[in-house]
Write a protein that binds this ligand. Structure first.
Ligand code: G6P
Ligand code: MG
Length: 219
């Protein structure tokens, strides 16, 4: 008998590369505050919530702001980020993603989104993928950010399956940790050395070969 499996996808860095837009918006905010924010700094914000990202950024600039000032910075950053998001099209779906989703659909394997982004539904809609997911769990649904497993556990519930049956696809260290804490299988997307807690790591989403997927469903 075939084992029941379900997939849970992170969004940024897995389905689409929105990190570049987050970077532009955070970079401009830092410039307006008078310090430099580099691409290397941006790595620290991957998989991290918007509020936590601002804290990290202000730490880098050694800047202290009042709660009200922080709120207006968060609004400003998101407004600029959304200007980029509104221009997104299906062209921005990362290579390998559609092939994988087609395989899952053909084999009636359900999949959900498990993202920290509050903009996740809009982004999926812009790239034409919103309707394909059985369930969405995003930054609006969780109270505890990755590496807390909450986002993936809610996704498993929505998929009506046990955590052990779930395969999480993640590009951030915090996300890989969250998946393992949820007792799920984790496929890391990116660098093997960085994502060393994942069960397997592919350089990018084209790593899901037919051979790998067939093995997975026949296990
Ligand atoms: C993802 C990204 C983070 C981003 C977070 C919140 O996890 O990897 O870089 O800060 O989502 O995104 P949001 O769209 O809610 O600002
Ligand atoms: Mg990510």
């Amino acid at each position: 008998m075939k084992k029941e499996i379900a997939f849970i996808f992170d969004l940024d860095g897995v389905i689409v590369d929105t990190a570049k837009y987050h970077f532009l918006a955070w970079h401009n905010l830092a410039t307006s505050l008078g310090f430099e924010f580099t691409e290397k700094h941006n790595e620290l914000l991957k998989g991290v919530s918007r509020v936590k990202s601002l804290e990290i950024l202000l730490n880098i600039g050694n800047i202290e702001l009042t709660e009200d000032e922080k709120q207006s910075m968060l609004i400003k950053k998101n407004e600029e980020y959304l200007e980029y998001v509104h221009q997104m099209t299906s062209e921005e779906i990362l290579p390998g993603v559609l092939h994988l989703l087609d395989f899952l659909d053909e084999h009636q394997i359900k999949y959900a989104l498990g993202s920290a982004s509050k903009n996740a539904p809009l982004i999926l809609e812009k790239v034409g993928l919103l309707k394909r997911f059985t369930a969405l769990v995003d930054g609006n649904d969780v109270s505890k950010a990755k590496p807390n497993p909450e986002v993936f556990l809610i996704a498993a519930q929505k998929l009506k399956t046990a955590p052990e049956n779930c395969i999480v696809v993640e590009d951030a260290i915090a996300g890989v940790e969250a998946a393992k804490l949820a007792k799920m299988t984790c496929v890391g997307i990116g660098n093997q050395q960085i994502l060393n807690k994942a069960d397997v790591v592919f350089k990018d989403m084209t790593g899901f070969s037919l051979e790998f997927l067939k093995k997975l469903i026949n296990n």
